[in-house]
Write a protein that binds this ligand. Structure first.
Ligand code: NDP
Length: 397
């Protein structure tokens, strides 16, 4: 029985709140706090089962978060606000001695730079305080990292090649929309790509490497190599990897819109003067794009995300593919939001459960692949994200 504070009331926050409310034996009291409290109230009313309290919080302000934590006294803070809030929320957890969990690594607002260094730098302070921070417990990073740890534990003596493959085979009927926060999403995919090979990073232009990959129950989709944050921790934690890449599918329509957005300067993250005030074009664009949390209605099709791994077991070459397919419609029926928020929110809730029930223990800052994957893999199916595996199949990549 534990109290949990959830920060962030977007699509992911809605799923985390709904799933925590479904499990009162672990989450005895739930407080959902965010910048716009009315969004928390809607979530509490629609999926809270009468178990969610709400509060207004600007988590950029450490003192405000400390005050809320001191008042509510949670055992764990689940941060599903934006990556910019990671460090101030970690600071508040340190000050109050409360455990921390998030789904995306810290990014400075003025620079699209994805790396764990800022958060890993908190390790000694968390350790000294006797608390833990769990980093990256969504789907990717999150489940993909746990799949990799599971493969390492049960299927390989040495893993050599890892390809994380992320397909959204869904259709939301909109000309252009992103499936999670548009600002974070567009910053991520317009960066140069990067993958790990033979002990170093190989940089690519955005969308330079393309291949049609086949996804279960979906078929062939154009997939592109891009940099994704779990590559940094996985190559560190599994040093036998000779190559590690991340692939994501994009349709032509999406890429055309993205090119236009970039060409007309709307993806810029530096301030421009408009009628005497500074505005950041990408922040403004977010305001006029569809809200990802509202895409669920009429969203058809499935996501399919998994890990394709090659390596050696008992002296023999082996391949292993482990994946989940998630239906946008089923996610919407259950939580009122689409599959991408669902596949992020369910693992965040289950990771929180792992911490609160003592299945994952430690003092310091950890990426999820550093914990025992078994209790998580045992439970993730019953919470809505069942997994499939194929041993020694043809992996394409
Ligand atoms: P949304 O933009 O839909 O929601 C973000 C929420 O955080 C909003 O309620 C917003 O409030 C709130 N917020 C923003 N700034 C602050 C602040 N300073 N203080 C308090 N609350 C704040 O995002 P998503 O729900 O789509 O994504 C949430 C997180 O999940 C992101 O970090 C994203 O990167 C991550 N993610 C991870 C994935 C994974 O697989 N690992 C996949 C998808 C997302 P307001 O409404 O006032 O703006």
């Amino acid at each position: 029985m534990s109290k949990v504070l959830i920060i962030g009331a977007g699509g992911v926050g809605r799923v985390v709140a709904s799933k925590c409310a479904d499990n009162p034996e672990v989450f005895s009291e739930i407080l959902l706090a965010s910048r716009t409290v009315s969004k928390c109230d809607v979530i509490a009313k629609e999926v809270g089962k009468g178990r969610i309290k709400t509060a207004s919080l600007n988590a950029d302000n450490v003192a405000d978060t400390v005050a809320l934590i001191n008042e509510f006294q949670p055992e764990l803070v689940i941060n599903v606000a934006l990556p910019y809030q990671d460090l101030p929320i970690m600071d508040a957890c340190l000050e109050t001695g409360v455990n921390y969990l998030d789904t995306a690594n810290y990014e400075p607002k003025d620079e699209a730079k994805f790396e764990y260094s800022w958060q890993w730098a908190y390790h000694d302070r968390f350790k000294e305080k006797g608390i833990m921070a769990v980093l990256g417990c969504g789907f990717d990073p999150g489940v993909t990292s746990i799949y990799t740890a599971y493969a390492a534990k049960h299927h390989f003596d040495e893993m050599h090649y890892l390809d994380i493959v992320d397909c959204n085979g869904g259709d939301h009927g909109k000309a252009f929309a992103t499936n999670f926060n548009p600002e974070i999403n567009i910053r991520e995919i317009t960066q140069n790509g990067r993958y790990w090979e033979n002990g170093q990073w190989v940089e690519t232009k955005p969308f330079e490497i393309k291949q049609a990959l086949n996804y279960p129950n979906i078929g062939a989709r154009d997939s592109y190599v891009l940099y994704h944050e779990e590559l940094e921790s996985l190559t560190k934690n599994f040093p036998s990897l000779k190559r590690a890449r991340f692939w994501m599918t994009f349709g032509q329509e999406y890429l055309t819109h993205l090119r236009v957005i970039q060409n007309i300067g709307m993806s810029r993250i530096d301030p421009v003067k408009y009628k005497g005030i500074d505005i950041i074009p990408l922040e403004f664009l977010k305001e006029v794009l569809p809200n990802p949390g509202d895409l669920g209605d009429n969203y058809t099709g499935e996501t399919s995300i998994g890990c394709r791994i090659k390596g050696v077991k008992d002296g023999e070459e082996k391949t292993y593919y482990v994946w989940n397919n998630c239906s946008h419609q089923k996610a919407f029926e259950e939580t009122g939001t689409q599959g991408v928020s669902y596949t992020t929110g369910v693992p965040a809730m289950l990771g929180a459960m792992m911490v609160l029930t003592g299945k994952w223990q430690g003092k310091g800052v950890f990426n999820v692949e550093e914990f025992d994957p078994d209790p998580f893999m045992e439970k993730i199916g019953e919470h809505g994200l069942p997994w499939n595996e194929e041993i020694n199949g043809d992996l394409e990549v």
